[in-house]
Design a protein around this ligand. Structure first.
Ligand SMILES: Cc1cc2nc3c(=O)[nH]c(=O)nc-3n(C[C@H](O)[C@H](O)[C@H](O)COP(=O)(O)O)c2cc1C
Ligand code: SF4
Length: 485
């Protein structure tokens, strides 16, 4: 009634995601022995009564939506059949629409986009009222196909709206190349405390999200000639913002592709959406007039010949290759080369040294290629810096590939077909491997910055070339700097 009093057009009863009403609906949680527990209908009774109560107090015309899970995705909990039956009960009780969510509300990139559509479709087949579907829908055509196929009547965008609040307008105006596509990483929207800036919902690829009123791209008073070196995501993001502010921006990239390490990060399975970030930033660069020079290596001479008022160095990182005996053997490769497909390993026995995120994701990719993979690390955890849910999903993938994981083990020598390593103060040998892949982490590629900071009055370093971290920091730093110059 209060909602109606303050002119809300309707209400949504939240009976999903493990909240109180979801607990009533759930056969996994609800063990009541009265009329609100037991069978499907009894468990749904409280929601049915709430719908009827609202209709009685607010009028039959006051819209009521019920949000519930199409599947609680846990053994002994509600499955699709429970969801269908309860949806029917809610329709009979007067609900105007059903909003079909899922037991695990926020799914990572390891769960396919649109994973919940079949559940919504099955519920819709039982009902006459409209059905809304939510869950990893991040693409306009995917959303359109939901409606066109009759799987649901409406699509709810969760993180896609955090990632790009202009999604709908951009689609309407056919600015698809400007869409920022949610990658499902969960890094800045869900695990907000993982970011040193502090709590607060934002987005890894769109740091303006949540800062709309404070981070405004204003025209610079003093227009400058700016050289950005390195077209990873940090360099791209800095470039388009600087150009939008009216600066004359040249972005030089030594290779013939954009995206740097981030592009490589898109190669392992289920990470394909990352490349859309690159193409969107590139579209912004084009829109705001950034001059992109590919295959262009920037050194002191280049800078002398192409003078700039400001230099932004975003040259990324280079892999760490420790001095271990045998590291230069023929069958030793860099994880980056495996990701870039410069090295193709298929149906082989492969040892990956380093179980950080790059090592673990490379191991997963190698597993997909039919390799028998072992990961080894000095630390006691695989991918310790990954966010909780994506990490759980990644570990499940490694388990599926029967990846052998050896932790708290320090490699001391690389042999022809394996390694010698130390564990619990004991020396061991591991052999029988066709290839060894190095994923020992990265260090800043900061030579240009170190050189130019002594010779140029205005040089900045962002992202990995400043301090090796991750994409969210590189993009955040780039944005912050570009707003300040
Ligand atoms: C930052 C964030 C906060 C959320 N908060 C809630 C919440 O308070 N209650 C809830 O039921 N669902 C919450 N959700 C889940 C969303 O409502 C939505 O169901 C979920 O994100 C799946 O949609 P998506 O894949 O389009 O993001 C939240 C999701 C995110 C990313
Ligand atoms: S932080 Fe990641 S999951 Fe969250 S909205 Fe942004 S891209 Fe999507």
């Amino acid at each position: 009634m209060r909602a109606q009093k303050v002119n809300c057009d309707g209400v949504e009863i939240h009976a999903a995601h493990g909240y109180l009403l979801a607990e009533f609906l759930s056969k996994g949680v609800n063990k009541r022995s009265d009329e609100y527990g037991g069978n499907i209908t009894n468990r749904g009774r409280i929601v049915a009564e709430i719908i009827q109560g609202i209709k009685k107090e607010c009028g039959q015309d006051f819209p009521v939506i019920v949000r519930t899970s199409g599947d609680e995705a846990q053994y002994g909990y509600n499955n699709l059949e429970d969801a269908k039956a309860q949806a029917l009960l809610f329709q009979e009780s007067g609900a105007d629409a059903l909003h079909i969510s899922y037991g695990v509300a926020v799914q990572s990139n390891y769960i396919a986009t649109g994973f919940n559509i079949p559940n919504a479709k099955a519920v819709k087949e039982c009902l006459d009222i409209p059905v809304i579907v939510v869950g990893r829908i991040n693409d306009p055509m995917l959303a359109n196909s939901v409606v066109a196929s009759g799987s649901a009547d409406f699509v709810a965008l969760g993180r896609q709206s955090i990632c790009d609040s202009e999604f709908v307008n951009k689609v309407k105006e056919n600015r698809i190349n400007e869409l920022l596509t949610c990658t499902g990483c969960m890094q800045r929207c869900f695990y907000t405390s993982s970011f040193e800036e502090g709590e607060g919902t934002s987005c890894m690829i769109n740091p303006f999200s949540g800062k709309e009123s404070t981070w405004v791209i204003e025209t610079a008073e003093d227009k400058k000639k700016i050289l950005v070196v390195g077209a990873g995501v940090g360099g791209l993001q800095a470039s388009w913002i600087l150009a939008k502010r009216g600066h004359e921006v040249t972005l030089a990239e030594k290779s013939n592709f954009l995206g740097g390490q981030y592009r490589l990060a898109s190669i392992p399975p289920m990470k394909q959406d990352l490349v859309k970030t690159v193409s969107t930033y590139a579209a912004f660069c084009e829109k705001y007039g950034v001059k992109i020079l590919s295959n262009t290596f920037v050194d002191e001479q280049f800078i002398a010949e192409n003078p700039a008022d400001v230099i932004v160095v975003s040259t990324g990182s280079v892999p760490i290759v420790p001095r271990i005996e045998g590291i230069e053997n023929e069958n030793v490769y860099l994880a980056n080369d495996v990701l870039a497909s410069s090295v193709l390993l298929q149906n082989k026995k492969v040892l990956v040294l380093g179980a950080g995120l790059v090592g673990a994701e490379t191991a997963e990719l190698l597993g997909e290629y039919g390799n028998d993979v072992t990961i080894m690390d000095m630390l006691d955890t695989v991918a310790p810096l990954a966010m909780k849910r994506p990490r759980m999903d990644l570990l499940a993938r490694l388990e599926k590939h029967q990846t052998n994981i050896i932790l708290e083990s320090k490699v001391i020598k690389i042999n022809e077909d394996g390694v010698e390593y130390e564990k619990n103060n004991q020396q061991n040998t591991l052999n029988g491997y066709d290839a060894i892949v190095l994923a020992f982490g990265s260090k800043p590629n900061n030579q240009l910055f170190e050189l130019m900071k002594q010779k140029h009055p205005s040089v900045y370093s962002i992202g990995d070339s400043d301090c090796v971290a991750d994409a969210k920091k590189a993009i955040y730093d780039a944005t912050k700097l570009a707003l300040e110059i």
